[in-house]
Design a binder for this molecule. Structure first.
Ligand code: KG4
Ligand code: ZN
Length: 365
């Protein structure tokens, strides 16, 4: 069975994985950098790329060891080349190209957003079966991560059309900013979920934004509403304006109520857009991915939505929602199953996703 080495270094996770041609994850190693960025309340690009340089070789070696393969048993090498922090992307993609060049193996330049989209097709289990990697269709695809919130019609592993996207913040980004407003530590999304666990989700009501494209998302109104609730409406104008309160004035129970209410509103907006898209597209499957899909409330609502509509839900294990390299290798395996033979080594690392931008709807890179 063919083996693909995947490498991911787009933001603050250094990751490597080995996945076989039947999308079976043979190893997946992720070294996260939370502790390096915690004191700054967010990812510092220069610190991230330096940490990738230090960690990438041990992480790749560990992935090969855990998969029980040597580097020359690898049949293809895949790396996330966009979107992401450019210095970080260069570390993983340069290593992947070097390995592919040295071993005379194909190199797959992977769009991280596309890899999130298909991560639910990754599998555990034994390799003595006859599973053929295929993408269910007609399908809708949803990526909800720290950088992207996008809805797609999926025609295959190499073809997806953008139907809607956020016009301001991504859902994960909004979770992270809401966590800061509530005085919760980095990483914001998981900490906000934890804080929300004991709260009343109906304590604060948020309006649902209506946009010219009914499949687009907007999170900025939710953030502003939460900010004013926590700190009061600012007094004065422009740079002179001041808040009356701080997050430290919140009681623990009020903080939990606001976290739960924010989480409920953000997830409700996602499901609302899915309802509209399902009405229009009549899909038989929904593929979801991205860090926010690790959120238990969102997972529950996605399951309920799919069971209401009798749609197959293709959802990754939590470990494959947040950034990882198994999704990079798995997506390369899917593309290979559809006849893709790889990309030129001159394919550059780029900060922006072509897929999420909708600029190349017929060919997903
Ligand atoms: O996919 P990902 O690991 O990186 C990007 O491609 O952006 O997503 C990271 C995002 C962060 O904004 C993080 O706060 C959010 O996913 N996230 C969560 C949870 N786990 C991660 N948001 C809400 N609840 C969670 N449990
Ligand atoms: Zn990601």
């Amino acid at each position: 069975m063919s083996c693909i080495l995947g490498i991911e270094s787009s933001c603050d996770e250094t990751a490597a994985a080995v996945v076989d041609g039947r999308l079976r994850v043979r190893s997946s190693v992720v070294a996260s950098q939370y502790e390096l960025h915690a004191e700054y309340g967010g990812v510092v690009p220069e610190i991230a790329s330096r940490a990738h340089v230090e960690r990438i070789l041990p992480v790749v070696r560990k992935a090969l060891d855990e998969a029980g393969v040597t580097i020359d048993q690898i049949d293809a090498v895949a790396a996330g080349v966009r979107p992401g922090l450019i210095g970080s992307l260069l570390v993983g993609s340069s290593l992947a190209k070097a390995v592919a060049f040295a071993l005379h193996r194909p190199f797959h330049a992977i769009d991280h957003v596309a890899a999130h989209l298909f991560a639910g097709l990754l599998r555990g289990g034994s390799d003595d079966d006859h599973f053929a990697p295929t993408v269910p269709r007609p399908a809708l695809g949803l990526v909800v991560s720290g950088g992207h919130t996008s809805l797609f019609r999926i025609e295959g592993a190499c073809s997806a059309t953008l139907l809607g996207r956020t016009i301001d913040d991504a859902v994960g980004e909004a979770f992270d900013k809401a966590a800061v407003m509530l005085g919760l530590p980095h990483p914001g999304g998981p900490n906000l979920e934890r804080c929300a666990a004991g709260g009343n989700p109906d304590a604060l009501k948020f309006a649902r934004p209506q946009l010219p494209n009914p499949l687009d998302f907007s999170l900025s109104g939710l953030k502003t509403k939460l900010l004013y609730e926590v700190r009061g409406v600012p007094q004065g104008r422009g740079a002179q304006s001041t808040f009356m309160r701080s997050s430290q004035d919140l009681s623990e129970s009020r903080r939990a109520d606001l976290a739960a209410s924010f989480q409920k509103a953000a997830v409700a907006q996602v499901v609302d857009r899915l309802e509209r898209a399902a009405e229009r597209e009549s899909p038989s499957a929904l593929l979801v991915g991205g860090g926010v899909v690790a959120n238990t409330h969102l997972r529950g609502e996605l399951a309920a939505f799919c069971s209401r509509r009798r749609i197959q839900l293709v959802v990754p294990a939590r470990a494959h929602c947040v950034d990882n390299a198994a999704m990079i290798a798995g997506y390369a395996a899917l593309r290979r199953a559809e006849g893709d033979v790889g990309d030129d080594l001159s394919m550059p690392a780029e900060p922006v996703s072509l897929l999420a931008r909708g600029t190349k709807p017929k060919r997903v890179h």
